[in-house]
Write a protein that binds this ligand. Structure first.
Ligand SMILES: Cc1cc2nc3c(=O)[nH]c(=O)nc-3n(C[C@H](O)[C@H](O)[C@H](O)COP(=O)(O)O)c2cc1C
Length: 244
């Protein structure tokens, strides 16, 4: 009798161990199989967004592989990527990442495309948690509101009118939702102020070295809508399909 009980315990333990091992293996396999795909999708999204905010600029490089990192209060964060559009070696525009800290539900991440003259070429929201139906008209998929920044600069409108109408500015607010557009207008204005103060350095940023290899870090959850390239590594381990 006692021997039977011991045998049952051993068999049950072995079975449990087997199921645990199979489960772990399946999870590991799924993770490995999807990781590269997720990173690639993020890269695609980055490319789409960056291309959109640099609309109309004549460049011949791939800005997604030509980036630097900058930190400034006016951009709302540290180590934010700035993607460079170049014709030859000349910088013709930049796509600045910025964070508006004062959305209704926290940070709003955006990309601001600016040409050499300090004119906005496009703005896109890359991440937010604003209320659907109230604050989410900042998304290009939901309304045309974001297009109002196109062609604007610090002189157009004058700096004191870079506000929503309710605050005496030229930008529309949304019905029943002023907080969100106010935060975005302020963030775009601040990005322009940052550009104005740093244009000399930004327009002189060097292209990547020949042997620099861009790797995409799939583990950047904060900005799900666009990839934040992590580092350029000289002679990095070839990351397969993530290589640019
Ligand atoms: C549940 C709830 C969600 C809201 N979400 C937003 C939002 O996402 N964006 C926004 O601008 N206002 C939102 N509002 C409205 C704001 O509280 C505020 O009334 C509105 O933005 C007008 O702001 P103002 O008085 O500064 O002009 C929300 C209000 C409620 C009750």
């Amino acid at each position: 009798m006692a021997r039977l009980v011991v045998r049952d315990v051993v068999i049950t333990t072995l079975l449990l161990g087997l199921f645990a091992a199979i489960g772990t293996a399946v999870v590991a396999w799924v993770h490995a199989a999807t990781e590269a795909r997720i990173a690639e999708n993020r890269l695609q999204m980055t490319r789409t967004r960056v291309t959109q905010v640099l609309e109309g600029l004549d460049y011949d490089n791939d800005p997604v592989t030509d980036y630097h990192r900058v930190s400034d209060d006016r951009l709302g964060g540290e180590d934010l990527p700035v993607w460079i559009a170049r014709r030859g070696t000349e910088v013709v525009g930049v796509a600045l990442s910025a964070i508006a800290p004062d959305g209704y539900s926290g940070d709003i991440h955006l990309l601001v495309g600016i040409d050499r003259t300090g004119t906005v070429r496009g703005v896109r929201i890359t991440q937010h948690r604003e209320t659907p139906g109230l604050g989410d008209d900042i998304e290009v998929e939901r309304s045309d509101w974001i297009h109002d920044f196109r062609g604007r600069s610090l002189g157009d409108p004058p700096i004191e009118r870079w506000r929503v109408r309710r605050d005496g500015g030229v930008f529309d607010q949304f019905t029943g939702a002023t907080v969100t557009p106010r935060a975005v207008v302020r963030a775009v204005r601040n990005a322009l102020l940052y550009f104005e103060a740093n244009s000399e350095e930004l327009l002189a940023l060097p292209p990547p070295e020949e042997d620099e290899v861009l790797i995409i870090d799939p583990a950047v959850p904060e900005i799900p809508d666009h990839v934040t390239p992590t580092e350029r590594l000289p002679e990095a381990e070839p990351p397969g399909e993530l290589l640019q």
